[in-house]
Design a binder for this molecule. Structure first.
Ligand code: RIB
Ligand code: CA
Length: 312
């Protein structure tokens, strides 16, 4: 059953792979639009990068929108140290030629949820939650219209990657994350606990390169660039492919396992602002509000990813 989705993203090499996976899987996901948000790099770059990836996928007709250029309250924090100055460092990339939509991403999200039949659109945030929360605040009537939110963000056992306690997407805009996690919309969370098990080891990267296609070559070059940071920091065997976990879940949910628990966003902690306080052991008595994933079949994940990217 094809799911209608909006991908909200801050490309980022891993976002790029997630977008390729979605556009390569039309029998599973119908991408109604891609909304860019400031995150890994500033908005002018994330919207440019989203268009580059759509053209690489051979889908220049995809509608790409620019959204919020700064968090709701916090000052923008970016991650050039991980993704490079352009956000898609690794290969040399030409500027996109496909157009950016004139409509603001938040207005597109609101209009789409008001137009499509209720409960038929899934939101897939891959970056800070600024666009999603802004849409919810501006138009609360859309909240019951959202089928599900499947997002990459947060961490529990894996703790933080931008601070000792917070994961980047949540840390950049904790106020936005708090609005989303309190919205009552069914949420599936792909935290670092899962994404750090989806590592682009050398054989996987070689598999992308061996495809002999431009998308395969790009994915190999992006992961080569992207993994240098994580390998040095964690001594891991490769880079965690965070954002593609969201799309892989839509295609093959059985690849993932987790628990339906309460997740609160820390807003005030001196050292813990932006932390996803997941009640994994259900000790708080607080109502469960998210399916918090804890494990992934990494071989199955990369098998799916390789099979689909090879289609492009
Ligand atoms: O912490 C990882 C997340 O932050 C990923 O979505 C990556 O693209 C960055 O946005
Ligand atoms: Ca991202």
């Amino acid at each position: 059953m094809t799911r209608k989705i909006i991908i909200d993203t801050d490309p980022g090499q891993d976002d790029a792979v997630a977008i390729l996976l979605a556009l390569a899987s039309p029998e599973d996901v119908d991408v109604l639009g891609i909304t860019a948000v400031a995150g890994n790099v500033p908005l002018p770059l994330t919207e440019r990068n989203a268009r580059i990836v759509c053209e690489l996928a051979g889908r220049p007709e995809t509608k790409v929108f620019a959204g919020c250029d700064a968090p709701m309250k916090a000052k923008l924090v970016t991650a050039e140290h991980v993704h490079g100055k352009t956000g898609l460092d690794g290969p040399q990339l030409a500027d996109p030629t496909m157009p950016l939509q004139d409509q603001h991403a938040v207005d597109f999200i609101i209009e789409t949820l008001r137009t499509e039949p209720e409960g038929t659109v899934t939101l897939c945030p891959l970056g800070p939650l600024t666009n999603i929360a802004t849409a919810m605040e501006r138009a609360p009537d859309i909240i019951p219209c959202i089928q599900e939110i499947v997002l990459m963000g947060g961490a529990y056992f894996e703790v933080g990657n931008i601070t000792p306690s917070a994961e980047f997407n949540i840390y950049v805009d904790p106020e936005a994350a708090d609005i989303v996690f309190k919205s009552g919309v069914p949420i599936v969370v792909m935290p670092l606990d899962v994404t750090h098990k989806a590592l682009t080891t050398a054989p996987h990267v070689q598999g992308f390169r061996d495809m002999g296609t431009e998308p395969g070559r790009m994915v190999a070059e992006w992961t080569d660039f992207f993994e240098r940071f994580d390998k040095e920091k964690y001594g891991s065997a490769g880079a965690p492919l965070h954002d593609p976990c969201v799309i892989a879940y839509l295609i093959k949910p059985a690849l993932f396992s987790g628990r339906h628990v309460n997740v609160e966003i820390e807003l005030d902690g001196t050292f813990t602002r932006g932390m996803t306080v997941a009640d994994w052991w259900r000790v708080s008595g607080r109502e469960a509000n998210a399916m918090f994933m804890g494990d992934v079949d990494a071989d199955g994940f990369f098998g799916l990813l390789t099979e689909r990217i090879a289609r492009l």
